[in-house]
Every structure is written in C-alpha cells, then in structure tokens.
Design a protein. Sequence first.
Lengths: 75, 148
Amino acid sequence: MEQQGEPIEKILERYKGQNAFVVIEVLTVDPKTQKPLTGRVLAVTPDEDEAGMAARKAKHFLIRWVGEVAEVIVV
Amino acid sequence: MPTLSFDPMQRVIAVDAISITADGRPANLTVLVDTGAGQTGFRRSTLIGLGIDVDRATQIARINTASGSLSVPVVNLPHLSVFGTDFHNLPVLCLPLPPTVPADGVLGYDVLSRFRLFVNYRRGVLVAEPFNGLLHRVRFLWQVASTL
C-alpha cells in the first residue's frame, strides 16, 4: 500500500484551499495515457524554489497549486 | 492522441505535457495553449524541479505582458512531449506566473507553430497534428470532422 501511494485526486482534495504548491512523487501511471494515478506527498509549500527543490528528490514528479484560482487569466 | 479534451468552464485551454530531466526523471505538467505568447515558458518551481539552475541562465529575454515589460531568464529544457510530439533542448522562458494560474507553463508560438490546430470551445476539444505530410493532414481533417 505504501509503495502504491494514494490516488492523486485524493491527495489534492486533502490540501485544497491551502494556497500552496503540493509536490507529489508519482508512483503509478495509467499505462495507456501516462496520466499519474497514485503518489505520495513530498512537500506542501507556498515557496516556488522550495517546491522545485523538493521535486528534485522524486523519480517522477508533479507540482500542483491547491489554492485560489484566478477567475480571469491573461498570460 | 492529438485530439485532447479540456474543461471549457476553466476558460483556458489547459493540456497535459510530459518533460524529462537531463538525468531521465519524468514530470507531468499542465500547460496553457497561449496563442498570444511568442515563446514557451514555465514557472520557476517546475524548472527547478527539472534540475535546471534558473539563476545561472546565461540568456535573458525581455518580454511584454499586459501588465508591463520585464526581463526573464531563458533556459534549455532537455525534453518536452506535448500533443504526441517530442521537443529536445527547447529554449524556454522562466515565467513569473502567479500561483493562481492553474498551470505549470504556457505553450507559445515556437511550439504551437509546429502544428495544425483546431479548437471546439463549446465541446472543450482541441485537435493538434504536426505539419508532417499528407498522413497527418488527413488525420487532422478526419479528427476535426469528428468533433463537429
């Protein structure tokens, strides 16, 4: 169970609204789509550098923002 | 693969991409399709996670945004896979994206211009096929027809 980790959706739901980056080590992916399925949390931080450094420790990672999302986005 | 779905309620076109670090570690990314961007760019946390030393970038680019102009580092991304196509050693910008932008980066003209693109905003479907000859052209038209 530990090696399989938790479903990524469940992890993100748990931290939702914290205004932070959640750094996740991906443990399993969908073999067809390569979408990440399960993982474990490496860090939860609002600091971009810290999030990036935490991600360096993972063999396979993703970083998601779990805070407020802008209503209108102009990039 | 080059027919992708996105959530039209988000009011942006966010798609999945995969990047691989120089030492072979993959990262799952979410990128915005930004037809107004001249060059592809990623947020600082993503580039650092990919093992790139942003502060030691030797090239700086001046970019103009809706809120003014600023100088940003340009770094080499070892590998980016998007719309089923691989890009190697892609020069990308380190963008100060606000955290409230729900993406790791934006795809700009340098990447998007390699594809035929079709967007059905109402259905939340994007078709992207590379300019790779007749087969891809036919595939593009067939996929566009099936989204109408």
